[in-house]
Write a protein that binds this ligand. Structure first.
Ligand SMILES: *Cc1c(COP(=O)(O)O)cnc(C)c1O
Length: 230
């Protein structure tokens, strides 16, 4: 028998933990946005979270967002979708149409395509620049050394609304070092938003200044293992 997780009570429990983590460091809990990550989960698993009043969600694949979100947004027009996974330039138009925030901006070619798609569509989505704080070769994101120059180009060359930074720390390292590095890069570039922290470490991320935490498993339950695509 498959027992469906009670996503609405999981949501409430995660929100309580967010509130407590923020208060513990004298931060306003309302300054931390919970991005509920429904990737791999069917729309029927996401609806109860919307019905409970939650409005901010994340998906990591454009195709999956296109499959699930037009109908969900028709039912809940004020829902907001963050793209948190790698974005190929041939998917930029589709991403700009279905998403509301891009958290995975990480290279000049993508910046150029986003700028063009914003102009064509009249939609200007807030962007986060993803930093590969662990300098992992297989992982998306800009190397920390390249961040300042790229952020300057996003402003001066591409005129993109970059609001903050995002990172995914290496799984086998203490995430706090990566959260602190992300924060330092954001501060010296005058960026107010920090997307960091997932199911296993969002409280630590909040202590280190996260304004957005991306939580999947703790709300929706575990996902099937990732099968590498050829
Ligand atoms: C899947 C995913 C998450 C959520 O991870 P959980 O450990 O399930 O909370 C957060 N951020 C990104 C970029 C993801 O791909």
């Amino acid at each position: 028998m498959i027992v469906e997780p009670d996503v609405a009570s999981n949501l409430a429990a995660v929100q309580d933990r967010i509130d407590a983590a923020a208060r513990a460091v004298d931060r306003d809990p309302a300054a931390v946005t919970l991005v509920a990550v429904g990737k791999t989960k069917p729309a029927e698993a996401i609806r109860p979270v919307l019905a409970a009043g939650h409005r901010v969600f994340g998906e990591n694949r454009v195709q999956e967002a296109e499959d699930k979100w037009p109908a969900l947004k028709a039912a809940f027009p004020d829902a907001r979708l963050h793209l948190i996974g790698p974005l190929q330039t041939n998917k930029v138009r589709a991403a700009v149409a279905v998403c509301d925030v891009i958290q995975s901006l990480d290279r000049p070619k993508l910046a150029r395509h986003l700028a063009r798609a914003f102009e064509e569509s009249g939609r200007r989505l807030d962007c986060f620049v993803q930093i590969n704080t662990g300098e992992e070769p297989q992982k998306a994101g800009l190397l920390p050394d390249a961040a300042d120059a790229f952020l300057r180009d996003c402003r001066e060359v591409y005129d993109l609304p970059v609001r903050g930074l995002m990172c995914i720390p290496p799984i086998d390292e203490e995430p706090a070092l990566h959260f602190a590095l992300l924060r330092a890069i954001a501060e010296r570039n005058g960026l107010p938003e920090l997307s960091m922290g997932m199911s296993d470490d969002f409280e630590r991320a909040i202590r280190l200044g996260a304004t957005h935490v991306r939580v999947g498993t703790a709300i929706f339950g575990s996902r099937p293992p990732v099968i590498p695509r050829p």
